[in-house]
Design a protein around this ligand. Sequence first.
Ligand code: GAL
Length: 686
Amino acid sequence: MTRINLGHLAILLLFVLAVISAAAQAQAPQTPALLLGTAWYPEQWPESRWDADLTLMQQAGIHMVRVGEFAWSRMEPSEGQYDLDWLDHALAAAAKHGIVTVIGTPSAAPPAWLTQKYPETLRTKEDGRKDQHGNRQQFNWANPKYRELARAMAEQLAKRFGHNPYVVGWQIDNEYAEVSFDAETKAQFQQWLKNRYGTLDNLNTRWTTSYWSETYFDWNQVPIQVGYGNPGLLLSWMRFVSDTWRSYQKNQLEVIRTNADPRQFITTNMMGWFDGYDHYTVAQDLDLAAWDDYVGQGHLDPVRNGATHDLTRGLKGKHFWVMETQPGGVNWAAINTWLDKGEVRAMAWHDIGHGADTVSYWQWRSALNGQEQYHGTLLGPDGTPDPLYPEIVQIGHEFEKASPVLAGTSVKSEVAILHSYDSRWAIQWQKHNKNYDPVNEILSYYGPLRAEAQSVDVVPPTASLSGYKLVVAPGLNVVSESIAQNLMQYVKGGGHLVLGQRSAMKDDDNGLWPQRQPGPLADMLGGRVEQYYALVDAVPVDGKWGKGESLLWAELLSANGSDIEVLMRYGKSNGWLDGQPAAITRKVGKGRITYIGAWLDPTTMAGAAKWMTEISGVKAALGPVPEGVEVNPRYGAKGAVYVLVNFAKDPQTVTLPGAMQDVLNGRTTKAVTLAHYGVAVVAAAK
Ligand code: GAL
C-alpha cells in the first residue's frame, strides 16, 4: 500500500481549493465600468418569479442589484436563527443574468421580536415618547444592545457572502437620520463633552455660560438642546450625533472588513444636502461615497443636483455612486409629479458627468402592500414593464457602449467651493433673516461658477487647496484657528480665496470671534465687516460686476489701505449702507483675497463669477456652449471625455474644438446638436 505523504496531500488540497476558487471567480459576471442598477427585494416575491424579473433587468442593461437592506425579519426570523439561503439563491440567480449584487445590512428595519424583547433598542423621540415597530428607523443608534444585535447580523452576512464572487460591495444600514433623546444617550453625550473639553471650566468659558446663568457645576447637568439653545451646546450635540453615527457605522463596518474580500467596497447611502450629521465625519471610514438622488416634485434642477453630486464626490475626493434615484416619480412629495419623457435619461447622464459610476433606480417593482405602493417603479404590480422601461433600456445600452471610454476617468476642477456642516448649522440656528438658506447661498455662487468653469469641486475647508486656482467660501460662518491657517496658506501660496457673506464670524465652539468678520482673516484682507443688515427690500449695488441688487443680506465693509480695491458699492438704501463697499479685494503676494458682503442677484453674481474666474486664470473646460447645455468633463489617460446634456427647451448645437468621437453613435464629428434633454458623450477622436 502506498503511504500517503502528508506534504503531497496538503499540496493537492491547496491545488483543489485554488481550482474551486478560480472556478468561483470565473463565474463572477463581467460588468461594464458604468453600472445601471436597481433596488430589488426578492424577499417580497416567490422565488419562482425571480427569473422573470432578472430577465427583464438583463434586457434593460441592468448589471447591479442592491438587496437586503430592509430584510432583517426574513434573515433572522427569531433571535440567533439566521436564514440566508434565500439570499444566496437570489445572488446566484442574478449572476446568471450578468448581474452583481450590493448587500445592504438590514439595521434600518429591526424585526418585531427584537424591539419587543429589547425595548431599550427603540429610540426616544424629542418629546420623550418611544418610537414603535411598524415603520423603519425606530432604533436607537447609540444603544449598545442594538449595536450588538446589528453587528451580529452583519457578521452573519459577511461570513456568508464576504467571499462571494457576485457580491461587489456593502451598504451599511440605509439613510442614517433619526437620533434618540433617552437618558443613556444623554449620559454618552455628557461623556463626549468631558472628552472634548476636559474640564467644566473650559466648557463654561468656551460656551460663555455665565450668560443666562447657564453655568454647569456637574457634567450631568448639561442638557440636550436642538434648534434653539446655547450655540456651543447646539454645535456640540451635532458633533456628538455625527461621531455616534460614525461609531454606529464602524460597529458593522469592522465586522464586514474582517470577513469580506478587500475588493468588496463598503458604503452607505447618504442624502445630499441633508444636515442631520456631518457627512465628512461619517465618510472617512467608507471606501466609496453614495447618495440617493430624488427630485420629488417638479423637474431636475441641474444646478442644485449637480452641486449635490459634487458635494458627494467631495466626501471621498473621487467617483461615487447614485445608490437610489427615482424612476420617474416618488410618493412622498407634496405633488408627486412625473419626470418628462427623456428627463430620466438626461438625469442619468448628468449623474455620470458629475462623477457617478453607478445609477441605481429605486425601485424595481413595488411590494403589493406596505407604505410605498405609489412610488415610481420600473415594473407595474402585474410584473410587466412600465412606460418608462424602454427609456431605462436605452440608458442601460448607452452605459454599456460608453463604458470603455469612461472607464478610469475622473472629474478634475480648477475651482473649489468650501462647504462645512458647522457653518450651515450655525446659520440655520440663527438665520437672522427667515429666508436665509445656507444651501441656497452656496448654490447662488455655484451656479454661475459652474457655468464659467464647467467643473467645480465642493470640498470641506480642511481640504488641501493648493491644486485649485480659485477657492470660494460662501457663508463659511464657523472658522477654527486651523481652518483659518489653511485658508491663509492657500492665499500665501498664490491662490485666490473669495469669502462670501457671513464668513468667518464664529470660532470652533460657535462663539463669536472677538475680531469683526472675517475674524482671523481680517488682517490679510485689510478690511472687515462693520455691520450686517438683514433685508426685507433688496438694496442696489453697483460696480465692476454691473448694476444689480443685494438680496436678503448686506454687510457694510470697510477697506483699510490703498492696496484694497473696492469692487462693488451699495446704492441708496438705509443711509448706513449708502455708497459703502459691498465687495473688496486685495492682492497678497502672488495670491488674492476677496470678500463679498452682499447676497448678489443672479445676474450680478454671474458678473462676479466671470471676474473671479478670469482674474484667477480659470478656463472653461470645453469652451463656450449655448445656454442651457451643461458640460461635464471627466479626464483619463486618453484625455478628456465630455458628457453634454441640453436642459434648454429648444435644440442646441455645440461646436466642438475639433473633430471628436461621438461615443453614443460611433461617428466622428465637429459639432453635436442636442434636443431638449438630449445627451452626447464626446471624446478625442480615435
Ligand atoms: C429613500 C429610501 C428608500 C425609499 C425611497 C423612496 O429615502 O432609502 O428605501 O423609501 O426613499 O423615495
